[in-house]
Design a protein around this ligand. Structure first.
Ligand code: OKP
Ligand code: ZN
Length: 318
């Protein structure tokens, strides 16, 4: 199978050391080894690894406020020690590090470049983004996210037709939801852990369905702690049915692997094999698809989990 992977090693410039969680400092889980372990699997395979072209600032400003982008740039280049909270952050898990602007800009570029490849005719592209993006809104960082990579890709696609975003990260993508909440040209479907008990706590409930002309174009499927493969696949099929009814021309998959049973901060019960099934179910939509990497923190197994989902996604295309 031929499949393009967009990747740049520059993400390593962002190496957060700690986060402030439940009253204490803990080791940060969003580390460079995540992406390195994934890309390792694809070296020497039939997959082609391509480097992204850098996104322009005007493209970035379609999704994020200029003042927000400028703040991150100045703050990251001027800091010597990472700091955990600022006027643009909504939690204490997303530090300004010296490399966070550089890495986030490249991560956004990886997503934008992937979407350009799909627009020029590729059927399936994997953007190995790091840091992740789905918690970032127009002007707020949080949940390890600075720029919303999936939203940047979706905004690019939306110049060419209707877009659906399927978010299968363990956590609700509050940033993506917010960015498209009032729009009907981008459908957001998210399957995630019940926010009553899990991050981001304040959004991801079933009752959030969009507003104005966006009403009905935001769909949340919160699932209980411990959800197993059969329940998960059942709910996934419901989400896929909604996407099918919407008849989009492009699909963005916000792919987090923190639904994996060994994930240190997740809480679902999905085995490695389940990811091939998830990929296969999504592939049945038969849409030009961009997969954007979000979370997933079981560093040692991320490569194999990723390979499985891409195998599944590639089923129909062979
Ligand atoms: C980002 B993504 C654990 C605290 C967890 C933050 C979760 C961010 C998840 N020490 N809080 O959606 O994978
Ligand atoms: Zn997550």
């Amino acid at each position: 199978m031929s499949l393009k992977i967009v990747y740049s090693p520059i993400h390593k410039t962002h190496y957060p050391e700690r986060e402030f969680f439940k009253g204490e400092f803990v080791k940060h889980v969003e580390v460079p080894e995540r992406a390195q372990n994934i890309v390792k699997i694809f070296k020497g395979s039939s997959f082609e690894i391509v480097e992204p072209k850098l996104i322009s600032l005007s493209d970035l400003y379609i999704t994020h406020d200029k003042s927000y982008v400028e703040f991150i740039r100045k703050a990251s280049f001027s800091t010597t020690r990472e700091f955990l909270s600022n006027k643009y952050s909504f939690d204490t898990y997303t530090p300004i590090t010296r490399g966070c602007f550089t890495a986030s800009l490249v991560s956004a570029s990886v997503a934008k470049h992937g979407s350009d490849l799909v627009i020029s005719g590729e059927k399936l592209v994997y953007s190995l983004c790091r840091p992740p993006g789905h918690h970032a809104s127009r002007n707020k960082m949080g949940g390890y996210c600075y720029f919303n990579n999936a939203a940047i890709a979706a905004n690019n696609f939306s110049n060419h037709g209707k877009v659906a975003i399927l978010d299968i990260d363990f956590h609700h993508g509050n940033g993506t939801q917010e960015i498209f909440y009032e729009r009907n040209d981008v459908l957001y479907v998210s399957i995630h852990a019940d926010p009553t008990h899990y991050f981001p706590y304040s959004s991801g409930f079933r009752t959030e369905r969009g507003i104005g002309k966006g009403l009905g174009y935001n769909l949340n499927f919160p699932l209980a702690k411990g959800t197993n493969a059969s329940t998960y696949i059942l709910e996934l099929k419901k989400g896929l049915m909604e996407i099918k009814k919407y008849k989009p021309e492009f699909l963005v998959v916000s792919a987090g692997f923190d639904t994996y049973l060994k994930d240190p901060i997740g809480g679902f019960d999905l085995s490695i094999n389940c990811f091939q099934e998830i990929g296969m179910q999504i592939s049945m939509l038969n849409l030009p698809t961009l997969v954007v990497q979000e979370g997933g923190y079981c560093v040692q197994d991320l490569g194999i989990v990723c390979q499985n989902i891409l195998r599944g996604l590639n089923t129909l295309r062979g």
